[in-house]
Design a protein around this ligand. Structure first.
Ligand code: NAP
Length: 292
């Protein structure tokens, strides 16, 4: 049985929907914290069990009979020591091993590195070390940067006409739906062992490029304004953004400035058999939705 965790979340749910197009429902199980939110899946014949990475016993039940387990990263950062999210991923890896799965898959990220400026990349790198140390066959999906994050970055600028951010670099913005389709193909066709190539759309674009595209779509100017790192920090802090979130956002700009999210790769397009959705299409759809 293929087990998917995080199936009440955006990526996990989309992966299950794609898997349902490829394998019989009775071969799919989900491990979710709130089974009642997965009723639709149950009605399709998917096995729904409660699984919480903070509760090892629940995972043993949820992963029972697993052949492959897709571990969707929780994105939980935590404080000093071994961060909470990494302990959670270790619990999921242990449970997959105990269940006798022959392969684990994990939603990592392009730019995963122990020395990244962007904290989630350090966590992904640490989890990849756990996958290697498990002795099991694994696939670490080096997912592209979610295009949904670009929409968050440009959200305010569409109202104000000013996209204010520190110096950045190109990012290979990639949509959830393409990543989900590729993940389902990788699982059902048993493709790609170890670290995957970056699973990205075909272009990387910086904030200036995003402002230009938004300007064209809106028919009015969105000005990209580069501020110093200190000014950006001060602005966010004065808006009441907690310091940890400020550090996180700054980390993203520092990492992209270094080119950590710039490398595009054709693997995603090959897996889904068509060009991935590009950032212009994402912006177009989002802006028409706002205007509609
Ligand atoms: N590639 C990127 O650019 C990018 C950007 C942001 C995040 N990410 C990573 O990609 C992951 C999936 O993205 P998404 O958009 O699907 O996020 P999402 O909708 O927030 O889904 C995250 C999932 O993690 C599950 N989760 C949280 N704590 C858990 C726990 N203790 N035990 C088991 N499951 C737990 C959540 O379960 P519930 O449904 O029960 O809450 C949820 O289903 C994120 O969690 C994050 O690690 C990637």
């Amino acid at each position: 049985m293929i087990i998917v965790t995080g199936a009440n979340g955006k990526l996990g749910r989309a992966v299950v929907e794609q898997l349902l197009k490829r394998v019989p429902a009775e071969q799919i199980g989900v491990s979710v914290r709130e089974p009642n939110q997965a009723q639709e899946l149950q009605e399709c014949g998917v096995r729904v069990r409660r699984g919480d990475f903070d509760d090892a016993e629940s995972l043993h039940h949820a992963f029972e009979g697993a052949s492959q387990v897709l571990i969707v990263s929780t994105g939980i950062m935590g404080e000093a020591g071994i961060p909470h999210g990494i302990r959670q991923h270790q619990a999921a890896i242990d449970a997959a091993k105990k269940a006798g799965a022959s392969r684990m898959l994990y939603t990592s990220h392009m730019g995963s590195s122990p020395t990244s400026h962007f904290a989630p990349m350090i966590h992904h790198a640490a989890t990849e070390e756990l996958l290697k140390a498990s002795g099991m066959a694994f696939t670490s999906l080096r997912n592209g940067y979610y295009a949904a994050s670009a929409l968050m970055l440009i959200g305010g600028a569409i109202k104000t006409g000013e996209l204010i951010a520190p110096e950045d670099g190109p990012v290979a913005w990639t949509v959830h739906s393409d990543l989900a389709e590729a993940t389902a193909a990788i699982i059902s066709e048993q493709k790609l062992d170890g670290m995957t190539p970056n699973l990205t759309a075909t272009e990387a674009i910086d904030m200036e490029g995003i402002a230009t595209i938004a300007t064209e779509i809106l028919g009015r100017t969105i000005r990209r304004i580069v501020v110093s790192d200190q000014e950006f920090r001060d602005r966010l802090l004065s808006q009441g953004v907690p310091e940890a979130s400020v550090n996180m956002r700054m980390g993203m700009f520092l990492a992209s400035r270094q080119g950590d999210f710039a490398q595009v790769d054709p693997t995603l397009a090959h897996l889904i058999g068509r060009p991935p959705v590009n950032i212009r299409e994402v912006l177009q759809e989002s802006i028409s939705h706002r205007q509609g």
